[in-house]
Design a protein around this ligand. Structure first.
Ligand code: 5GP
Ligand code: MN
Length: 329
């Protein structure tokens, strides 16, 4: 199998997983609900099939996702162990696994990548990439059907959270009738949909509001009115005592401004290391904009990590965004 590359065959993915013994699963760095929910959901399903399962993540599960059944089992980094299959979820490039988990890609094990980002190249032995899926969780849903695993409440709760978070609670463009059908089936398993949305969106640690208070004065808009951004530098982060997860929603503020097409959040995640989140409203492909800086993502949501002085990085990226909106792509 390892020397035999296989792409976009869900039955093939199901076959590899069905014949596996010991499986390790991981999503991406700075994990979101789709990454964590998909990892746990597939892991729990494989366990029901009698597999030895190790759940992992390059970074710890953010506090807001710790309510997920199975979240306490997610290891950070690469736990010692013997694995025959490595399932990589929601990662478009190996870099997204972080340094430690990436090492598994060089081991003599079968690597399966399940993802919904637009990618130029595949990196696993078995790849299932569907950019039409609104969340990796949607693909996992189909995979569980393919493998004949009965959904239970724990699995369904993880999948529902994956889908809700990656669709912005069903608001984003990628949301389809199929997305809603799958969400409906998950609700029929007993998932408490409105309780989950309350936990995700309407119950925030105080740090989130302190971050907003510190960041809102930085909200800026280009003279053309189509590019807006908000910033959160290292100093502010230290002062507020915030973690990455407390800053995730800041990008929604520049995006809300009427007439803005490209919204960006500049975060210094460590001194000299700037994480840029990019969003577009109607027509700009921010995946391409992020690619100019070695990042990636989707048409309407993408990101990149740039090393450099905070203001210098901002200037370069804002200039590139203004050029893109001027070209109208
Ligand atoms: P966010 O801005 O919420 O971190 O990410 C938005 C989207 O862009 C997600 O789909 C995420 O996977 C992708 N993304 C964010 N940062 C990076 C990056 O540094 N590299 C790549 N390839 N994708 C990224
Ligand atoms: Mn995703």
């Amino acid at each position: 199998m390892k020397n035999h590359r296989q792409n976009n065959n869900l039955a093939g993915v199901a076959g590899v997983l069905t014949s596996a013994n010991s499986v390790i699963l991981s999503g991406h760095v700075m994990p979101d609900g789709d990454s964590i929910g998909s990892t746990i959901a597939l892991g729990l399903a494989l366990e029901k099939m009698g597999k030895k399962v190790t759940l992992s993540s390059p970074h710890a599960v953010p506090e807001m996702y710790r309510f997920l059944p199975g979240a306490h089992r997610v290891h950070q980094g690469l736990p010692e162990g013997e694995y025959d299959v490595f399932v990589v979820l929601d990662c478009s490039v190996p870099d997204r696994l972080g340094d430690r988990l990436q090492k598994l890609l060089d081991k003599d094990i079968t690597v399966v990548n399940i993802d919904h980002h637009q990618t130029k190249e595949t990196f696993a032995h078995v790849n299932y990439i569907d950019p039409k899926a609104a969340a990796t969780g949607e693909i996992i849903y189909d995979l569980l059907v393919e493998m004949g695993v009965d959904l239970d409440l724990d699995i369904a709760t993880n999948l529902y959270t994956a889908i809700v978070t990656d669709t912005g609670a069903f608001k984003y463009e990628g949301t389809t009738a199929n997305t809603h059908r799958k969400a409906a089936a998950l609700l029929e398993c007993g998932v408490p949909g409105s309780r989950i949305c309350k936990l995700l969106y309407d119950e925030k640690p105080i740090e989130v509001l302190k971050v907003l208070q510190a960041a809102l004065p930085t909200l800026s808009i280009s003279p053309c009115g189509k590019v807006a951004w908000i910033s959160f530098d290292w100093q502010s982060r230290q002062r507020v005592g915030a973690r990455d997860e407390h800053t995730d929603e800041l990008v929604d503020y520049p995006r809300k401004i009427k007439g803005v097409e490209v919204a960006m959040l500049f975060r210094e995640i460590s001194p000299g290391s700037v994480k840029v989140s990019m969003r577009s409203n109607y027509y700009v492909d921010v995946n391409k904009l992020a690619a100019q800086f070695d990042g990636g993502g989707h048409k309407r949501a993408a990101g990149c990590l740039i090393q450099g002085e905070f203001n210098a990085v901002k200037e370069r990226v804002i200039e590139a965004a203004i050029q893109v909106v001027q070209r109208g792509t």
